[in-house]
Ligand binder design. Sequence first.
Ligand SMILES: [Ca+2]
Length: 285
Amino acid sequence: MSDSLHRDKALNLARLCWRAVYLLLLAGLFVTPMPQPATAVPLDLLLYAPMIQKLDLIPVGVLNIANPSFEADTYIDLNDPAPCHYTGYTDYFYGNQHPSGWTFSSPAPGETMFSPLKWDNGVQVPTISDGEGEYVHKCWWQLPADEWLGEPRGLILEGDWAYKTFGFYKQQALKFSQVITGTPGTWARVTAYILGEENGQPPPLEYDHFVASVKLGDIEDKRPWAVMVTHYDVPGNTRNWNKFVVATQFPASGELTLEIYMQQNWQTLTDFFIDNISGELLVSP
Ligand SMILES: [Ca+2]
């Protein structure tokens, strides 16, 4: 065997060795164990996680939502001693205001609420209503100046009014709904802002101490207290405003039901505010 043949064999052997080392290193990258979370994430927290719409859609118009900012049937007269006036329907048994354009629903005493189960010291139990809470419009004049539109603690996000739901030591829930129409196959995307605050019971609280949900057709964005208190979705606002977004296609009927509920799961002092709902019509490119 010639010297050049020995040299070629030696070079080939060296190449094979380097290739084997390279493949072993590459395989090592893929079998390295991924870091694991220190504690398991509760299953319900995963189920409650907001549904993020990552759709490449083109806005083509505005979705027609009735009374999206809770301004209908209201006026402000600064010459009155109490300038904020609501002229729409009021349920005089509870004194609750039913915003125009929305179907109003609240479970009766003893009925299961919209989110039917809640956590209680590690076990799930039914959510039973104590009856209607208090459901009213709030005008800027009724609020401290630092809670007006555009202020750091603002409770009004659009216009002059927002809507407040609360239960004075009552387990209670309120659902608004309306049917939205559009061309079958086009997309509808709804954005709604909801703030939930517990003002009576200090933490630790059950992670679904209260719950809010925005649902369009079959698509739901549902969040428990533990998720809502991590959001600050209004720029410049220091409160836990949550921006809910849901999107889906109009079915053959051309109708989608928009449902929004706010549910207080415990006999404490929970406040919800809602304002500035909007919607877009979109098409696939
Ligand atoms: Ca408003």
